[in-house]
Design a protein around this ligand. Structure first.
Ligand code: XIL
Length: 357
């Protein structure tokens, strides 16, 4: 056989295994199998028709989460209309590929439709609207969505440890504004009634480390657990900026929450890098980014109660960081714009393959 023919024959299986697109050896999903940890990513249904997007998603992840299409503005576009078409597409994809689905999100101050925010509803009307929303959406996906971000980002950005002022809490709120976190408790109870099996999670930004915000969430979760309010987990979003992550503090935070008997899930990880006008990062930053993914994953795997690592998108082609930072930052996720593996991908896969310690 001519040497050229031999190389060609050897190259065919290598390409089929994924060598051809820069992703080598086993996938993240395979690497995660030994420890049983969930490895997930946020997904946009519009991209599912792109072959490289869909095949990478199914190969690399065992969990996914709709990035936007289960938010109010999409799923509940008119007072009497629920639109599950895009959410269903994602759930169908997950079912076909044996993946779990996280639901995001039932109660948030952003991405709400105008009919709701400008509707001038009274507190008792809002309570009815919210109960119906939670029960309809969770009910629609009962047995299909295993975990829900019931409430997202309820704590304030600027007033450490204080609840945010929102349509649900006190503007005008669902009628429980005077009693602190009662409105959050009510939401968890409604979600539990709609699907008693679902894992109910409180999800937050900027509470990954031990700080006044995570202290306040800790107090809330401890109180809920003591009083039997159905809360099963805490989601740390893990949007990391400026290449700074205090991993010792993240680890201590995971430890104290899991000690309360709730799961911790990393729900929206990305590590934004400064990029040039063409969207390209510096090589040394890619290495530092890889270290952060490695160390955060390590922190999760070293606590048995940390059950999921999820990234906010998986290809830089579609990550939200670009427009969110007005294109000064980007390159925040595991694969580049051509689905090639970045150092962060290799680092995460190595940690997953090493399993729990
Ligand atoms: C972002 C999405 O990625 C964007 O597509 C959307 O336009 C805005 O929201 N915290 C959250 C997510 O909980 O829902 C946000 O997702 C990112 C910050």
């Amino acid at each position: 056989m001519k040497w050229r023919a031999l190389i060609f024959l050897l190259a065919i299986p290598a390409f089929c295994l994924g060598f051809g697109d820069g992703v080598r050896e086993h996938s993240l999903r395979e690497a995660a199998q030994a420890s049983g940890i969930l490895i997930g990513t946020a997904v946009r249904p519009a991209q599912l028709s792109e072959a490289a997007y869909a095949s990478t998603l199914a190969r690399e992840f065992n969990m996914l989460e709709p990035e936007d299409v289960l938010k109010w503005e999409t799923v509940h576009p008119e007072p009497q209309t629920f639109d599950f078409s895009q959410g269903d597409e994602i759930v169908d994809f997950a079912t076909r590929h044996g993946m779990k689905v996280r639901g995001h999100t039932l109660v948030w101050h952003q991405q709400n439709p105008k009919w709701l925010t400008e509707g001038k509803y009274t507190s008792s009307e809002l309570a009815q609207i919210l109960e119906k929303h939670i029960k309809t959406v969770v009910g629609h996906y009962r047995g299909k969505i295993f975990a829900w971000d019931v409430v997202n980002e309820a704590f304030d950005e600027l007033r450490p440890g204080k609840l945010r002022s929102t349509i649900w809490r006190d503007q005008p709120g669902i009628g429980l504004a005077a009693s602190g976190s009662s409105y959050i408790e009510r939401c968890f109870r409604w979600a539990h009634e709609a699907d008693p099996q679902a894992l109910l999670v409180y999800n937050e930004a900027g509470a990954e480390v031990v700080n006044p915000k995570s202290d306040a969430i800790y107090a809330l979760v401890r109180d809920f657990r003591q009083r039997g309010v159905p809360i099963d987990g805490v989601g740390f979003q893990m949007h990391i900026e400026n290449l700074r992550a205090d991993v010792a503090s993240i680890s201590a935070n995971i430890r104290r929450f899991t000690a309360l008997g709730v799961q911790v899930q990393i729900t929206e990880m990305d590590v934004a890098l400064p990029v040039d006008p063409n969207g390209n990062p510096r090589p040394e930053d890619l290495q530092q980014q890889a270290d952060i993914y490695r160390e955060v994953a390590n922190a999760c795997l070293s606590h048995p109660g940390c059950t999921a690592i999820q990234t906010w998108g998986f290809t830089d082609k579609y990550s939200w960081i670009g427009w969110h930072s007005k294109h000064t930052q980007g390159a925040a996720v595991l694969l580049d714009r051509n689905y090639g593996a970045k150092p962060a991908y290799e680092a995460l896969r190595d940690v997953l393959a090493a399993g729990r310690r």
